[in-house]
Write a protein that binds this ligand. Structure first.
Ligand code: HEC
Ligand code: HEC
Length: 415
C-alpha cells in the first residue's frame, strides 16, 4: 500500500512537470522539425562532391569542407574562421598564409527549410518567398540567369564564399578568376567544373532534364544545398521527440531546464522560439569584440552590434559560440546571459588565446574600449537588461537542456 502511494506520488510529480512544460510549449509555439525535401539523390551526390572539392576555389586550395567540417558540426571549432591559404598542422588548423576572417564559422544544421530565409550572422543574404527575390550584397543579383535555379536562401548562400577573395577565390594576381567581376567568377569556375572528366557522370545524372547550354553556377549551388539539406539535418533530438509527444524523451532535469528556457526565469524563449529555436530577430547581446577590426554587425539607426539570433539544435557540438567565437563553452554562454555586463567588462582574451594557441599568427585582441563597452550596455537588447536570478541547479538544468535535449548526432551516418 505504501509502495503504491509512493509510486503514484512520483508519477504525479512527473505529470506536473510535463503539464507545465507542455503548457509553455503550446503558449510559445515551439514546433518539431519535419523531414526536408531534396531534389534527387543525384543532386545530393553531386553536391557532396562539390562541397569537398578544392577545385571550386580560385587557387585550388580550399573547399567548403575545409571550413565546415562535419566533425565540428559543420563549423571549424575555432573562434574566427581562417581564409584560403590556411593549412593543417597535426590535424589542427593553422593560419599560415590565410586571412583571419571577421566572424565565426557557423554550423550548418537544418538550414534548408523554406522558413530559414536569412543566411550569415548579419543576414546579408536573404530570400523573400512572397516576391521570390533575393537580397544580397551584389547589385542586380536577381537579374542573373543563375538565380532561376536557386530554391531559397541556402542555395543562394553557396555562391558567396566561392566569389569571396579571402574565403575561396584568392587574391588578384594569384589566379585568373580573381581578376573578374563576381558574376564572371561564377561563370568561369562553373565552366571549369563542367569540363572536369571526373564530373561528367555526376553532372549528367544530376541535370538530366536540363540542356548543357543552360547549365550554370546556380545549378551547382543548388546541388551543394541539396547535400547540406540531406547531410546536416538534426530533427531527431530528444526535444523534437518530446514535442512530438514522447514524455520519456527528456530527463526530469532537462525538462526543468526547458522550463527555465521558456519562462521569464531564463527568458531565452523571447528570441529563441518557434521551430528553429530562433525568431530571426537582430540583437546586441553585449558580446565582446575580438580579432583585429571591430565588427559592428548589422546597424539599424542608433543601434549597432546587431546579430541574427542563431538556431540552437546541436549547439553542444559547435563551440566556440557567438558571431566571433568569443565564448568558448555553453556554461560561459549561460554566465554571459546571467550578467552580460560582468561578462563583457571582465572578458578574458588571454584565456581564449591560450585555448586556441597556435591557430593564429598573431594572438587575437580584445577590441572593446570603455566607450564601446558602455555603448553596448546602453543599447543592450531590452530582454537582457534586468538580471537573471538562477541558482547553480537552475544553471545545470539549463545546460542539460542545451547539451542533451537539443543534440542529434544521427547525421554522422549520412556524411
Ligand atoms: C574560409 C572558410 C570558409 C569556406 C571555405 C566556406 N565557408 Fe561558409 N562560412 C564561413 C564563415 C566565416 C561564415 C560566416 C560569415 C558571416 O556570417 O559573415 C560562413 C557562413 C556560411 C553559411 C551561413 C550559415 C548561417 O547560419 O547563416 C553557410 C550556409 C555556409 N557558410 C556554407 C558554405 C558553403 C556551401 C561553402 C562552399 C561553397 C562555404 N560555406 C565555404 C567560412 C567558410
Ligand atoms: C534578446 C534576444 C535573446 C535572448 C533573450 C537570448 N538569446 Fe541567445 N542569442 C541571441 C543572439 C542575437 C545571439 C547571437 C549574438 C552574437 O553572436 O552576437 C545568441 C546566441 C546564443 C547562443 C550561441 C549559439 C551559437 O551557435 O554560437 C546560445 C547557445 C544562446 N544564444 C543561448 C541562449 C540561452 C540559453 C538564452 C537564455 C538564457 C538566450 N540565448 C537568450 C539572442 C537572444
Amino acid at each position: 500500500m505504501i509502495f503504491f502511494l509512493l509510486l503514484s506520488w512520483n508519477l504525479s510529480i512527473a505529470d506536473v512537470l510535463d503539464n507545465e512544460l507542455r503548457h509553455y510549449i503550446s503558449q510559445i509555439g515551439y514546433r518539431p522539425l519535419t523531414e526536408v525535401q531534396i531534389d534527387s539523390w543525384e543532386m545530393v551526390k553531386l553536391g557532396r562532391k562539390l562541397f569537398a572539392d578544392r577545385r571550386l576555389s580560385g587557387n585550388n586550395n580550399i573547399s567548403c569542407l575545409d571550413c565546415h567540417s562535419p566533425a565540428q558540426g559543420g563549423g571549424d571549432g575555432i573562434p574566427l574562421g581562417l581564409g584560403e591559404g590556411f593549412n593543417y598542422v597535426n590535424n589542427a588548423r593553422r593560419q599560415l598564409y590565410g586571412a583571419v576572417l571577421k566572424r565565426n564559422t557557423p554550423p550548418l544544421f537544418n538550414l534548408a527549410y523554406g522558413n530559414f530565409n536569412m543566411m550569415f550572422w548579419d543576414a546579408r543574404v536573404e530570400y523573400d518567398s512572397w516576391a521570390q527575390t533575393y537580397r544580397t550584397p551584389l547589385e542586380k543579383f536577381n537579374d542573373l540567369a543563375l538565380t532561376k535555379y536557386l530554391n531559397g536562401a541556402l542555395s543562394a548562400q553557396a555562391l558567396f564564399p566561392i566569389a569571396n577573395h579571402e574565403e575561396m577565390l584568392g587574391q588578384v594576381g594569384e589566379n585568373p578568376y580573381a581578376e573578374l567581376p563576381t558574376y564572371l567568377v561564377w561563370n568561369g569556375l562553373a565552366e571549369k567544373i563542367f569540363k572536369l572528366p571526373d564530373y561528367q557522370g555526376f553532372l549528367q545524372a544530376a541535370f538530366k532534364n536540363i540542356r548543357r547550354a543552360d547549365w550554370n553556377m546556380g545549378l551547382l549551388a543548388r546541388a551543394i544545398s541539396n547535400y547540406e539539406a540531406y547531410a546536416f539535418s538534426a530533427i531527431q533530438t530528444p526535444w523534437d521527440k518530446y514535442l512530438r509527444g514522447d514524455n520519456n524523451a527528456m530527463s526530469e532535469a532537462e525538462k526543468k531546464g526547458a522550463i527555465i528556457f521558456s519562462t521569464p526565469k531564463g527568458r531565452c524563449f523571447v528570441c529563441h522560439n518557434s521551430d528553429h529555436l530562433t525568431n530571426f530577430s537582430f540583437h546586441n547581446i553585449g558580446i565582446p569584440s575580438i580579432g583585429y577590426n571591430d565588427d559592428q554587425g548589422r546597424v539599424f539607426g542608433q543601434n549597432a552590434y546587431l546579430f541574427r539570433t542563431p538556431p540552437l539544435r546541436n549547439v553542444a557540438l559547435t563551440a566556440p559560440y557567438m558571431h566571433n567565437g568569443s565564448l568558448t563553452t555553453l556554461r560561459e554562454v549561460i554566465e554571459h546571459y546571467v550578467n552580460p555586463m560582468h561578462s563583457l567588462y571582465l572578458y578574458d582574451i588571454e584565456a581564449l588565446n591560450t585555448k586556441y594557441a597556435g591557430t593564429y599568427n598573431v594572438p587575437l585582441k580584445w577590441l572593446d574600449t570603455d566607450a564601446s563597452a558602455n555603448y553596448k550596455m546602453e543599447t543592450l537588447s531590452p530582454p537582457l537588461r534586468t538580471q537573471l536570478i538562477l541558482s547553480d541547479e537552475d544553471k545545470n538544468n539549463l545546460l542539460l537542456f542545451l547539451e542533451k535535449s537539443l543534440t542529434d548526432t544521427s547525421y554522422f551516418s549520412r556524411l
